[in-house]
Design a protein around this ligand. Sequence first.
Ligand code: PMP
Length: 347
Amino acid sequence: MPEPVLEEAQRDLFAMPGLGMSVLEMSHRSKTIIDMMEQAEADIRTLASIPNGYSLLFLQGGASLQFSMVPMNLLSPDGQADHIVSGHFARVALQEAQKVGRINVAATTETQGFARVPYQEELELDPNAAYVHFTANNTIFGTEWKTEPDVGKVPLVADISSNAFSKPLDVPKYGLIYAGAQKNLGIAGVTLVIIRDDLLSRSPDSLPTMLSYQAQQKAGSAFNTPPVFAIYILGLVIKWVLQQGGLPEMARRNQEKAQLIYDLLDSSEFYRGHAMPGDRSTMNVTFRLPDEELEQRFADQAAAAGLTDLKGHRSVGGIRASIYNAFPKEGVTALVSFMREFERTQG
Ligand code: PMP
């Protein structure tokens, strides 16, 4: 989280300036909260240059519920959709979607240990698919799509949970974009959905209202009580990103930060990067040491030096440095110094 956001939230937690009431106490029907939600939406539209013809939704259930809502809304009973499987959450998205309807795997890099995303020429796309789903950044394996897959006229659906607003986003290329907020957008509890308006009419009337994009859009994301505090934090984070210079500046900083670690990996015989160089993530840098015992010692000694949470996801092991938008360059520099010293003394 950006520190100025934490400071502002801390101030408003007891009482919003001039209102004598905490943001935690306000009705979601109050003018303050309605204005706050509208401002958050307006700021997101500015930040990501979202054109008219797209709606923004603030939903609950995390990115994981989108794995189900996308097919429930966009896939008809006689249709099929394509999924590109490039990592752990892409695989979960596939499994969840398969519970709803017919899904083809257009490509998977599972046999390559998800060390890269599929090449364009590997994609077996159905021109009549209801949509193509892909995962823009593979949080656990540390790979990222540098350009969107070319899917022709078929609506492209992206899970951008772990690289949302880390770089410019070409919204007109997409039918639907979603992200759980807790990485680059704030805290868990709200999921941002950006949907092209023509897709709203696909929501079947038979869907439970809470699961219908169309119903949620009609209700202004307030069919029930929205997660006001999470949206408030999201609004502060978006304002911070705008103040920093927007998405081009985020991209510049993220590239600079990630490159510091990748340069070290490339110059070392001791550390071995997991992702193939062309597909490296700027958000999650994954690497291995010569053996698991050294990896454990690395994580323990790093934690003792104040560099915490470096162990890779339990499903893949290794080391993972998650360096989201708000993570400062100084933190990356400290990690790189620690890595050099660890290699010198233990390598
Ligand atoms: N997709 C990606 C790319 C993720 O990184 C995550 C969470 N780490 C999820 C989906 C699941 O998100 P949530 O916990 O909001 O359901």
